[in-house]
Unconditional design. Structure first.
Length: 405
């Protein structure tokens, strides 16, 4: 039986050698002077060895306690070496399957499937909101309590809509983990109803014709970047969403045919959309083209032609010319067009909805309308731009609104 003094007096030799204690425990003396505890045992008819640590970090007493624990497992039919290897493999597997890494895989899958850059950026934002709290936790071990605590932190900052959307994102990650056999439960589903549901707030828009005219004059007098001014003017004329405008590429535009093709990847409903262009819209696009930016984008970022302008640029420009977020947003131009076109009584409601790229859930009807209303949409686009010019110039348009063409 070894003593502490004997261990302290052990000297290294040219080759490793061992000094036995009791019940299979021995200390292995390495040529470099390291003293390593080992346990020799038999299981399934084979002799095996189990590492128990390094002396003096593991004392003689501690080594014997580890030996006794291991021999107890052996007596119960458990191989401690195999158990340790399995635990190590499990730890390594879990390290590769944290919520963060599974979320990254899911986001990459969405990118490969053709989701827009804006969508991918938003998914990464949701991931980053959760990362400090559950990013390091194996996805299968994230508890509803941990997820709820992370979401409540977002909610307490007053970001109720963000908290709801982040819960939805977490649910998609859990569903992906289940589909790839790395989790069994979607804990985000358990939390339905646990978060505050914010009151629906419609995007602000100016709907009085006279005030629309004032807005158009203010945009025309904008003294910031020319590209930003043109972006706002196009938002008023073409019925497209701000994101569809700022991510547009010159390959999407056919100035000769006066058509703007929006690929499915850039559309909210992931369906391709074609917008007719009025003479005014074509003129704005030619003015933009004359700036000769070395970019495939109509609206490149200020600092690099490889990226698009920020999603906040148009709204910030509206703030700069004096309109608050409660008065007008870039997305609000669509509400302006929808409201005033419908009030004019000149156009079929389905033609207006088609121009706004609103999805008709009836597929047969939607396919029919796509072909039926194109000519009307072309006429409507030109009428709308002429009407906006009249509003901008301060013409009396009250009677025009109420007349049918």
């Amino acid at each position: 039986m070894l003593t502490v003094i004997q261990i302290q007096n052990l000297k290294p030799k040219a080759k490793p050698y061992k000094v036995s204690d009791t019940d299979g425990l021995f200390i292995l003396v390495q040529p470099n002077g390291s003293l390593l505890w080992r346990l020799k045992y038999r299981t399934d008819g084979r002799e095996k060895k189990l590492a128990l640590g390094k002396y003096p970090q593991v004392s003689l007493k501690a080594a014997r306690e580890k030996r006794d624990e291991a021999r107890k497992k052996i007596a119960e039919g458990v191989d401690p070496g195999k158990q340790r290897r399995e635990a190590k493999i499990k730890a390594m597997t879990e390290a590769r399957n944290t919520f963060r890494l599974v979320a990254d895989e899911y986001i990459e899958k969405m990118a490969v499937e053709g989701k827009s850059p804006a969508t991918i950026s938003k998914l990464r934002w949701f991931r980053d909101l959760l990362n400090p709290y559950i990013g390091h936790v194996p996805v299968a071990e994230v508890s509803p309590h941990e997820l709820l605590a992370a979401l409540k932190r977002i909610e307490r900052r007053g970001h109720h809509e963000t908290a709801l959307r982040t819960r939805s994102f977490a649910g998609r990650v859990f569903r992906y983990a289940i589909a790839t056999l790395r989790a069994q439960y979607n804990h985000a589903d358990v939390l339905r109803g646990a978060l505050v549901i914010p009151k629906v707030k419609h995007r602000s828009a100016i709907l009085e014709p006279k005030k629309v005219g004032e807005l158009l004059r203010a945009i025309g007098d904008y003294t910031g970047r020319v590209e930003t001014r043109i972006g706002l003017q196009l938002a008023a004329h073409v019925f497209l969403r701000p994101g569809e405008i700022r991510t547009a590429e010159w390959d999407d535009i056919d100035l000769a045919e006066a058509v703007w093709h929006v690929p499915a990847a850039k559309m909210k409903m992931k369906r391709p959309h074609t917008a007719p262009l009025s003479r005014q819209s074509v003129e704005l696009l030619r003015e933009l083209q004359s700036l000769q930016h070395p970019s495939t984008y109509l609206f490149p970022a200020f600092h690099t032609p490889k990226k698009t302008m920020s999603e906040n640029t148009l709204n910030q420009a509206l703030r700069r010319i004096g309109y608050t977020n409660e008065e007008m947003t870039a997305h609000g131009f669509r509400a302006v067009a929808s409201t005033l076109l419908n009030e004019s009584g000149r156009w079929h409601p389905d033609a207006i909805e088609k121009s706004l790229a609103h999805h008709d859930p009836d597929r047969v009807r939607s396919a029919y309308n796509r072909g039926t209303f194109w000519d009307e949409r072309v006429r409507m686009a030109q009428w709308w731009s002429d009407y906006l010019d009249k509003l901008r110039d301060g013409a009396d348009v009250v009677q025009l609104d109420l007349m049918r063409g």
